[in-house]
Ligand binder design. Structure first.
Ligand SMILES: Nc1ncnc2c1ncn2[C@@H]1O[C@H](COP(=O)(O)OP(=O)(O)O)[C@@H](O)[C@H]1O
Ligand code: SF4
Ligand SMILES: [Mg+2]
Length: 330
């Protein structure tokens, strides 16, 4: 990465959902994102991985304020757009243009009653991105071609397309407003394996052409390994480790990342030798009543008394290799 300019600065971001406990009238909090701090650099792909339910989608949506944060701070390109301590909550319309999202399930994210042209055109309308009807049509056609669809597709409805094509429509819609930052929320998980790499390659080409910055969410580390400059690992609403992609792969330092990694087959003999085999036992605890101290202590093979009491601080252990674990302070 040539440039290391911060596009986003996220500080202690939290998103709690209030839910009703069944059978009782008591309200409970789902601590979906529980204090995440990180920077996202201009032009990079930051991969985000972790087990289902650990808060990846919530974090992605809260960063772009599709979900209003419970607390914390978000700085976009030097401008504070949210800060709970200073009561700052900027109006998001201007930022909606800059920050977009591609959803996991393309069929559910496209309005079945709208044609492809209307779906892509709607974004242009909201932000008034053309002067006349001719320019609007030309822009829609250009976007469809950019994502590998035909201009004739404009008058058809989403259900007439395959999953891969539907995801291309979702990408065209996101690109319509000329964004700088895109949250790609598991954009290939719902697609046929045979077309997953086509969509990933296209997203990479678009990034190069348009200078985009991605937060690329994936269930599985092997999906993001090749495309990410850096990778963050989440566990129960927290980032537990964040490092350059190869560094994380070669030298994971958090016990949770080690267990995730030991499940990934590795074609690199040097890495294989250095890596110990670890099996992750037990289910992920509920984010309604998460474990005290280090939330991973109920499943961690190295957990001590201190881990149950004290929350480990997420900090830099050298060259931007961040982790949160008491073991590392010895
Ligand atoms: N709108 C919501 N209301 C209540 N709980 C939610 C909502 N969205 C997500 N959650 C809960 O927050 C946690 C994190 O979910 P999510 O961000 O979707 O995780 P991931 O994307 O990593 O699978 C889960 O326990 C989930 O059930
Ligand atoms: S802080 Fe303790 S429980 Fe948490 S990952 Fe480190 S050793 Fe394991
Ligand atoms: Mg998700």
């Amino acid at each position: 990465m040539a440039e290391q300019t911060k596009l986003l600065e996220i500080k202690d971001l939290k998103k709690y959902f209030t839910v009703k406990k069944s059978g009782f009238n008591k309200k409970q909090m789902v601590q979906a994102v529980d204090g995440v701090s990180m920077d996202i650099f201009k032009g990079e792909t930051l991969g985000l991985v972790g087990e289902s339910g650990c808060g990846k989608t919530t974090l992605g949506r809260t960063i772009i304020r599709l979900y209003e944060p419970t607390s914390g701070k978000i700085v976009y390109d030097g401008k504070t757009i949210f800060d709970s301590e200073q009561n700052i909550a900027e109006k998001m319309l201007p930022y909606r243009r800059k920050m977009q999202i591609i959803f996991q399930d393309p069929s559910a994210s496209l309005d079945p009653r709208m044609t492809v042209g209307e779906i892509v055109g709607e974004a242009l309308d909201i932000h008034k991105l053309y002067t006349g009807k001719g320019e609007r049509t030309a822009r829609i056609n250009e976007l469809l071609e950019k994502v590998g669809l035909n201009t004739e597709h404009s008058n058809r409805f989403p259900h007439e397309f395959s999953g891969g094509q539907q995801q291309r429509i979702g990408i065209a819609r996101a690109l319509a407003v000329e964004p700088e930052f895109i949250v790609c929320d598991e954009p290939i998980s719902a697609l046929d394996v045979s077309i997953q790499s086509q969509v990933v390659n296209m997203l990479e080409d678009l990034q190069d052409q348009l200078g985009l910055t991605y937060l690329f969410i994936a269930h599985d580390i092997s999906v993001v390994r090749h495309i990410s400059n850096r990778i963050g690992v989440m566990y129960l609403g927290n980032l537990v480790e964040l490092a350059e992609s190869y560094e994380l792969y070669k030298n994971p330092i958090h016990p949770y990342t080690k267990t995730l990694m030991s499940a990934v087959p590795i074609p690199d003999p040097v890495v294989t030798r250095a890596r110990e085999r670890m099996i992750l036992e037990g289910d992920i605890p509920s984010p309604i009543n998460p474990p005290s101290g280090c939330k991973f202590h109920t499943r961690c093979p190295y957990a001590t008394e201190r881990c149950k009491q004290e929350v480990p601080v997420f900090k830099d252990y050298g060259s931007g290799h961040f982790a949160a674990c008491h073991l590392l302070d010895k």
